[in-house]
Ligand binder design. Structure first.
Ligand SMILES: [Zn+2]
Ligand SMILES: [Zn+2]
Length: 486
């Protein structure tokens, strides 16, 4: 299991989390080293020499905190010293509480019965995806409901809502501690922070061995989409994190009460910018929508464009401009999604081949390391009224600046390599490593004529997009169903 996890690629949020934890004073003296590409070696085998070094550190920590050395003591320490209480999942990049705060299905049913909440309890796993505190706080929005809540559990009703929620949580735990699970299982001393790299969100998918192949490449294409798109990725990523912090609400897609995730109005898998234009959507709706937009999304994108904002990345502008005014209904939108997804896959294939033949210098002109220079906070976060959002920008200090920029560039190029490695894609690539057009671009790059290389690359992309569009139009005329799988 450990070996397999090593091979799997990490979500960028997880890498950020690793750096944060390893440099945090709470872990001072806990041993780690880095691999060739500069990444922290997060996992060591418990019985190896490095494992013993870590184990001694955990033993010392137990003594320092006055915790007797017995089974489960490291896990206890791992929870005590964790600086935020939130662990980031290596696979999906989402943050989850390390504490026993996620209701089991039976607890969710109990709350639905007592309070009339509408917690979704029919998911795959035996846990609910939101913490009990989020659920109750989201539901309990009036004094009347506060009183009902206190009454239901025979508790006093303090004015402070957070305090009340804590009382209810403690009461439920006292009734039966098995009512809750943590967001991640503990695993010291193998993992640096003492927790499994996968949250329970993705652990179950992984354990079942279901589509192991897919899981291994999960997130990997996504990185290529993000890093090679235009748009302020730092702002976009911070705002996505903001969605995760909000209490559950009614999903505008399906109507169930759930934690919202950020849905790109223009999907990045179709070549749109990784920017702040999000709509709230539950995880399930979001993943079923994945590589597609609707007529109403297209209308929104056209409005944003009319406002003077860039919505499409440089590499997909041609096909978007060709298609955008032809989309009259959802069926047209699905067709355009399918065409754009195929074009975008071909673009990434071309970029990856150029990278393989010429290295990073030329392609760096399409990256945006400057977006690593600023950090963002938000005020007035209301997921249903994101246009009222206040964005507060602060510059990042110079050491982190350089680290962030280097990490961003490294990951961007790794993601191209990973893109080429993925087998069994549905999309057909029109350009391969022997293509004469590709060689012409490579020649320009080798002669350091980057302007000309840029021009030829854009010409090649247009040509490829035209061929894809012709083929898709033919298929459509012949009533061959267009799919959006890529
Ligand atoms: Zn996960
Ligand atoms: Zn939904």
């Amino acid at each position: 299991m450990i070996e397999r996890e090593h091979e799997i690629h990490s979500h960028p949020n997880f890498e950020e989390y690793q750096e944060f934890i390893a440099s945090h004073p709470n872990y001072e003296g806990l041993y780690y080293d880095r691999n060739k590409s500069g990444r922290i070696n997060w996992v060591v085998a418990g019985k190896s020499p490095k494992g013993h070094i870590r184990q001694r550190w955990w033993d010392d920590k137990c003594r320092e905190l006055g915790i007797p050395l017995r089974k489960g003591c490291y896990a206890h320490v791992a929870r005590l010293i964790h600086p935020t209480g939130l662990h980031v999942c290596q696979c999906c990049g989402e943050a989850r509480s390390i504490f026993y705060e996620y209701p089991t299905k039976s607890t969710a049913l109990l709350l639905n019965m007592i309070l009339g909440t509408e917690i979704d309890s029919d998911s795959d796993s035996d846990r609910v995806e939101c913490t009990i505190k989020d659920i109750i706080e989201g539901w309990c929005d009036t004094r009347e409901k506060e009183l009902k809540l206190a009454n239901a559990f025979g508790l006093p009703a303090p004015d402070d809502r957070k305090h009340l929620v804590n009382l209810v949580y403690k009461h439920l735990v006292a009734m039966d501690s098995r009512r809750f699970s943590p967001g991640v299982m503990s695993n010291p001393p193998d993992r640096y922070d003492g927790f499994h790299s996968y949250g329970l969100c993705c652990r179950t998918k992984f354990d079942k061995g279901r589509q192991v192949e897919n899981m291994q490449t999960y997130g990997q294409d996504r990185r290529a989409y993000e890093d090679w798109s235009d748009g302020d990725y730092n702002l976009a990523n911070r705002l996505m994190g903001e969605f995760r912090k909000q209490p559950p609400m009614r999903c505008p897609g399906c109507g169930r009460i759930a934690k919202m995730s950020a849905d790109h109005i223009g999907p990045i898998s179709l070549g749109f910018c990784h920017s702040k234009n999000f709509a709230p959507m539950c995880g399930r709706c979001n993943s079923s929508k994945n590589n597609r937009f609707t007529k109403s999304d297209v209308d929104k994108l056209l409005r944003i464009e009319a406002d003077g904002q860039q919505v499409i990345s440089w590499h997909s502008k041609y096909i978007w401009d060709t298609l955008k005014y032809t989309i009259k209904d959802d069926r047209d939108a699905k067709f355009a999604s399918s065409v754009m997804a195929k074009c975008h896959q071909n673009v990434l294939n071309i970029l990856a081949l150029i990278y393989r033949k010429t290295g990073p210098e030329f392609l760096s002109i399409y990256l945006h390391p400057e977006f690593s220079l600023i950090d963002y906070r938000f005020d007035n976060v209301d997921l249903m009224n994101l246009d009222k959002l206040e964005i507060i920008a602060t510059p990042i200090d110079s050491k982190n600046k350089r680290n962030n920029q280097e990490r961003y560039q490294r990951i961007a190029f790794e993601s191209l390599d990973d893109f080429l490695k993925k087998k069994n894609r549905k999309t057909q690539f029109l350009i391969d490593e022997n293509s004469a057009e590709l060689d012409e671009i490579v020649e320009c790059v080798n002669a350091c004529k980057y302007d000309l290389a840029d021009k030829r690359l854009k010409c090649l992309i247009e040509k490829v997009c035209d061929s894809i569009l012709v083929k898709c139009n033919l298929d459509r005329a012949n009533e061959i169903e267009f799919d959006t799988d890529i």
